[in-house]
Design a protein around this ligand. Structure first.
Ligand SMILES: [Zn+2]
Length: 236
């Protein structure tokens, strides 16, 4: 997003490179990841007020980085700011939102995968392969943290494929929805990661064979299975 023109003056006052508050930025990121992890794992339940004072005590930092982190979370739709009651976690996806999200995915992602079969570069394909291997579930690591990481990696996996289609608008439309953050809040279970791993392998195989129809079909199958795994956890 472009900065509005009246911000230009303020930008000129920014500290010279290397002199800015780098440590604090790192801290905001850390606070952001902690709160995000707690929201994804439902340690902070859906549709619940987030007490900034409580986070100050638990995380041992001041209100400022917490508020910055919360507004970053607001951008991904995990947190909403209410006029009088402050910040709340977003409710889980309801059935209608879930159906609409998958309707859009079914329209865009198999198409993007078929385009990617011809357009994705060998370098991007190698990156995709490396990422997919990294997502291999380890039975000894069935922690919420590993699930949180899986949500990020799955998001990156799907983004790399849509990016490989060469259509920036498809990439943007899907990125704006933060799909993976929301669907993985519906259910925490290692079978999700195991099954997705095998389905991703089929997609990669089709891309490596540069076969558009097979790539679209493998993506459609992955979405169908993902839908079936999660649909019952989206409330009416
Ligand atoms: Zn996936």
């Amino acid at each position: 997003m472009e900065k509005p023109a009246d911000d230009a003056g303020r930008l000129a006052l920014a500290p010279p490179p290397g002199r800015g508050p780098i440590k604090r930025t790192g801290m905001v990121q850390e606070v952001f990841e902690r709160i995000r992890g707690d929201i994804l794992s439902l340690a902070i339940p859906p549709d619940t007020r987030i007490s900034v004072e409580h986070l100050v005590r638990v995380l041992g930092v001041s209100q400022t980085p917490i508020r910055e982190a919360l507004s970053m979370l607001e951008a991904s739709g995990l947190v909403t700011k209410k006029h009088f009651s402050g910040y709340c976690t977003a409710p889980k996806l309801n059935r209608k939102q879930f159906e609409q999200l998958y309707e859009l995915r079914f329209l865009l992602e198999p198409y993007a995968a078929s385009k990617a079969a011809s357009h994705i570069s060998d370098t991007e394909l190698r990156r995709l392969c490396k990422l997919a291997l990294q997502m291999e579930p380890r039975t000894e690591d069935d922690s919420r943290a590993s699930y949180d990481r899986f949500a990020d990696e799955d998001s990156e996996f799907h983004t790399l494929i849509t990016h490989g289609s060469g259509n920036d608008l498809i990439v943007e439309s899907l990125a704006r929805l933060h799909i993976h953050l929301h669907i993985f809040r519906l259910r925490f279970h290692h079978e999700v990661t195991q099954e997705a791993f095998a389905e991703h392998a089929q997609i990669i195989l089709a891309l490596q064979q540069r076969d558009p129809d097979a790539a679209a079909a493998a993506m459609r199958r992955h979405l169908e299975k993902s839908y079936a795994r999660l649909v019952h956890y989206a409330m009416e």
